[in-house]
Ligand binder design. Structure first.
Ligand code: UFG
Length: 329
């Protein structure tokens, strides 16, 4: 298919772009490089540097079959203090993109949604039928876009898949090159722990040690970015097979690892001491977030195959091969 990938210079977008090219799709990446990196756009993809609000020219010129929409601001804490950035970039931007698609007759979309649409879960693992009560503007905005897609599917014949990511980690390591996480401001547990292992930070904090979990630290559902990419390829097939409709699927392993278990994995994989200190809870952190992935299995035939140590090992390989100037953050 001829696919437009917004945010294809970012972590997840670039990995999915590489996998799309490998599967024979024709890819154009649209990215404003506000957080992405031009050198992450895989060879073989056309690259247009612009924002999603300016996508109409690209869509008019491109005759695309589908859009994979990754471009977004994605820091939960930032969304709490600067909600306007999230409503403008994510919600208004996605609306502009959808309208451009409608005008140019592009009726297939795969969208990066998030576990943050659910908020504090009532049940574990979390099925897609759970109440959606986001606890921050990042999650609220993503939920608003999911609702947009549902309404466009009903009214305008859109075939869309929203993939609700849980905690994505790992890297794409191939003889041709490596793609992984390179955030200017790193907030995620696995990259931070690996920076400690590499000696780029003195220690990491375990954010909360008295949660109602087996070891007192928060439990999250980690998923390898290559398993995530596989789900996107299946989601595109779903849009090819359906002329309209909106499918929402969680992407997680169905199991969880605590912060302390992640740190143990980092120590095991790297062989480095990786000092960690107990710290207060991070505001807004639910104790446990684990996906039910039964719907993704049933609807997309998707099953994650890579475990925590493999995610940590691949992210470690990626970190070690980067320039020192890129490593801190
Ligand atoms: N954590 C630490 N120390 C650190 C960094 C993180 O203990 O230095 C803890 C966090 O408090 C949390 C766990 O590690 O308990 C995982 O934190 P991350 O920041 O790696 O990931 P989150 O679960 O907060 O966020 C992820 C995605 C968000 C998405 C959210 C949905 O990164 O985009 O899941 O729940 F919104």
């Amino acid at each position: 298919m001829r696919v437009l990938v917004t945010g294809g210079a970012g972590y997840i977008g670039s990995v999915v772009t590489a996998e799309l090219l490998g599967a024979g799709h024709q890819v154009t990446v649209l990215d404003d490089l506000s957080t992405g990196h031009a050198d992450a756009v895989p060879e073989g993809a056309e690259f247009v540097r612009t924002s999603i609000t300016e996508a109409h020219d690209v869509l008019a010129a491109g005759r695309f079959d589908a859009v994979l929409h990754f471009a977004a601001k994605s820091l939960v804490a930032e969304s709490v203090v600067k909600p306007e950035l999230y409503w403008q970039n994510n919600v208004v931007g996605s609306f502009a993109l959808l309208e451009s698609m409608r005008r140019h007759g592009v009726r297939k979309m795969v969208f990066s949604s998030t576990a943050a649409t659910y908020g504090e879960p009532e049940t574990t693992p979390i099925p897609e039928s759970s109440p959606t009560r986001p606890t921050n503007p990042y999650g609220a905005g993503k939920l608003a876009i999911d609702e947009m897609l549902t309404s466009y599917a009903v009214a305008h014949g859109l075939a869309a898949v929203s993939l609700r990511y849980f905690n994505v980690a790992g890297a794409r390591i191939t003889p041709d090159g490596m793609l992984g996480e390179r955030h200017a401001t790193e907030t995620h547990l696995i990259p931070i722990a690996l920076q400690v292992a590499a000696g780029l930070r003195p220690q990491l904090q375990v954010n909360g040690v008295h949660y109602p979990t087996p070891d007192g630290s928060c439990v999250r559902d980690y998923i390898h970015v290559l398993d995530l990419a596989d789900a996107h390829l299946r989601a595109i097939e779903w849009t090819r097979e359906h002329s309209e409709g909106h499918l929402i699927c969680n992407l997680g392993s169905g199991g969880g690892s605590s912060v302390r278990e992640v740190i143990d994995s980092v120590r095991r994989v790297t062989g480095k001491p990786t000092p960690a200190v107990d710290a207060p809870n991070r505001p807004g952190d639910p104790a446990v977030l684990i996906a039910s992935n039964a719907k993704a299995a049933a609807e997309l035939g998707w099953r994650p195959t890579r475990g925590l140590d493999e995610m940590v090992a691949d992210a470690w390989t990626f970190l070690q091969t980067r320039q020192p100037s890129e490593s801190a953050g």
